[in-house]
Design a binder for this molecule. Structure first.
Ligand code: HEM
Length: 524
């Protein structure tokens, strides 16, 4: 018995020693990494850094002030800025030639756990936005074909139907002539479109759930950001003390239930179709398949590649797609409406183009053939995305030291932050950057401009998978809306586009809401 006790004590001692040794090793390697990072970035400009907190004070404060603080950092320190957030080194990169390397170098393909997986996965599960390495590459290979041109083209009816849903709501508001906030209407229109095209075109069966999901997704993105920028909330025990905890849990529950219901419904439908095919009703099925609009999920489930994803993997990817698509797209529509409401000359020019393409018909639906002809409208959206890129910050993590063309070094393991606003408003890259001028994007005016000067969708291997979807949807919505309504700002609203104030969340919102009024146009 005594021998047994001695062995037990010895075992416990060994385990404790191993744990202490492991902690010490971790501590030593962290200190070594921090020292190497300090040395590698010794000449890089940035705000003063203090023991323990680093330069945290330069960005700490209310969320409403974060945008202005980043703008001030850029103005004071130039295009490449370092920030120490405690022991974490963040380097903001914005010169186009530096960005080209960041987006294309294999050593910068991964995303930092701290900014992505740790804050998003508890809520969305794993998916394209957060994954790294071989898992990421496998998922992107499997999902990319579902974003092919022919799939996107099948969404035209959904884009039109939801644009009309928005127009019907605007009709009521035009009647009263009152000033209203267009942002929630843009969100409703976008969320319905995304639910239909990503998850299930079979909208009628999911109508009541969908309204809850629209609210949950918006709230979810806001809460994810709230949690993400407060490192202490990464610990569940502390987050449980937050007044937002219950809302967060409820939002996660609604999103999980909805996606799980959709997946179950789709799996059942697929099984039924297979059984029917077995009893020889293949011809009927094919006819049905042609007639039915299909969502990304349908394409994924019917592809050989998609079938290799487990239910959990599918669920994660669907939540990632919905989260990535919703706020970014609806924020772009909100900013666009505000910009054209302020710039009546630009709104008139868009209408001229619309009347020419639609031959004065202000009611007919937008067809696929119309979209490439709406060249000016596309330039106005690009200019909106330049000034108000809705994904305001995204990040990479170097797997080894990387020397940038600007001469600075990105040390291994730091967080490389890209803010399109830094690049898009840089006078060294864009002449008169605060001016709203869509004709900057004319081919003759774009000649010689660095391809990485315009990065609202990121670039390279980890660029946005939904770029073509976005342009198709936004052009359809705008062409439907602006043919019917004249849009103006409120009397006390912003007078110039540069007076529009953005606010940072996970995406960029219009601060104070998109306060506009609309009037029905007379037939052309
Ligand atoms: C105006 C609208 C949009 C903007 C500005 C935008 C912007 C971006 C940006 C900047 C990234 C890179 C993020 C990062 O590196 O962390 C990204 C990634 C992504 N976006 Fe979008 N996005 C938009 C709409 C959409 C839509 C409509 C979808 C889907 C239907 C979508 C799906 C995705 C996905 C899945 C990723 C991750 C891609 C990967 O890492 O492989 N986005 N988006």
């Amino acid at each position: 018995m005594r021998g047994f006790m001695v062995a037990l004590e010895l075992g416990a001692f060994l385990v404790m020693s191993l744990l202490v040794a492991k902690c010490l090793l971790w501590l030593l390697s962290t200190v070594r990494d921090v020292l190497l990072q300090l040395w590698a970035t010794r000449d890089m400009p940035g705000p003063p850094s203090y023991p323990l907190v680093g330069s945290f004070l330069a960005v700490a404060g209310p969320q409403e002030e974060l945008y202005d603080k980043l703008v001030a950092l850029r103005a004071e320190h130039g295009p490449t800025v370092k920030l120490w957030l405690g022991p974490v080194l963040v380097v903001i990169v914005s010169r186009p030639d530096d960005l080209e390397l960041v987006f294309t170098d294999a050593r910068l393909a991964d995303k930092p756990w701290l900014m992505y997986a740790s804050s998003m996965e508890p809520c969305l599960g794993a998916g394209l936005i957060t994954m790294n390495g071989e898992d990421y590459r496998r998922h992107r290979r499997l999902i990319a074909p579902s974003f092919a041109q022919n799939v996107l083209h099948s969404f035209a009816p959904s884009f039109n139907a939801n644009a009309h849903r928005l127009v019907d709501r605007l009709d009521e508001l035009a009647e009263s002539g009152e000033v209203f906030d267009a942002s929630p209407l843009c969100r409703m229109c976008t969320s319905y479109t995304v639910c239909e095209t990503v998850l299930s075109a079979d909208s009628s069966r999911l109508e009541s759930d969908r309204q809850a999901v629209v609210r949950a997704v918006y709230q979810g993105v806001t809460l994810m950001f709230h949690r993400g920028i407060r490192p202490w909330y990464r610990f569940d025990t502390l987050f449980k003390l937050s007044r937002h905890y219950n809302d967060y849990q409820e939002m996660v529950r609604i999103a999980n239930t909805f996606v799980s219901n959709v997946l179950d419904l789709k799996m059942r439908q697929k099984e039924e179709q297979e059984q029917e095919r077995e009893v020889g009703r293949q011809g009927d099925d094919e006819d049905l398949g042609k007639a039915k609009p299909r969502a990304f999920l349908d394409h994924l489930l019917s592809s050989e590649e998609g079938q290799t994803l487990s239910k959990e993997e599918l669920s994660g990817e669907l939540k990632h797609l919905v989260a990535a698509a919703n706020s970014t797209t609806s924020d772009t529509l909100s900013f666009f409406l505000y910009c054209v409401a302020i710039r009546q000359d630009i709104q008139d020019r868009i209408l001229e183009e619309l009347d020419s393409v639609f031959e004065g018909d202000r009611e007919r639906e937008v067809t696929l053939a119309d979209l490439p002809q709406l060249k000016y409208l596309e330039r106005v959206f690009k200019e909106t995305l330049r000034l108000f890129a809705p994904a305001p910050l995204y990040a990479r993590q170097p797997s080894s030291d990387v020397k940038l063309p600007s001469g600075h070094t990105l040390p291994k393991g730091c967080v490389v932050l890209v803010s399109p606003h830094f690049t898009h408003r840089d006078p060294a890259v864009w002449a008169d950057p605060e001016d709203f001028d869509p004709d900057r994007f004319l081919p003759e005016n774009s000649r010689g401009r660095h391809p990485h000067s315009f990065i609202p969708f990121s670039a390279g291997t980890r660029s946005c998978i939904g770029q073509r979807f976005v342009m198709m949807f936004l052009k359809t919505a705008a062409a439907t809306l602006l043919r019917r309504f004249h849009v103006r700002t409120a009397e006390d609203g912003p007078r110039r586009v540069c007076d529009i104030k953005p606010i940072f969340s996970l995406t960029l919102h219009v601060k104070g809401g998109t306060r506009i009024r609309v009037r029905r146009r007379a037939p052309a």
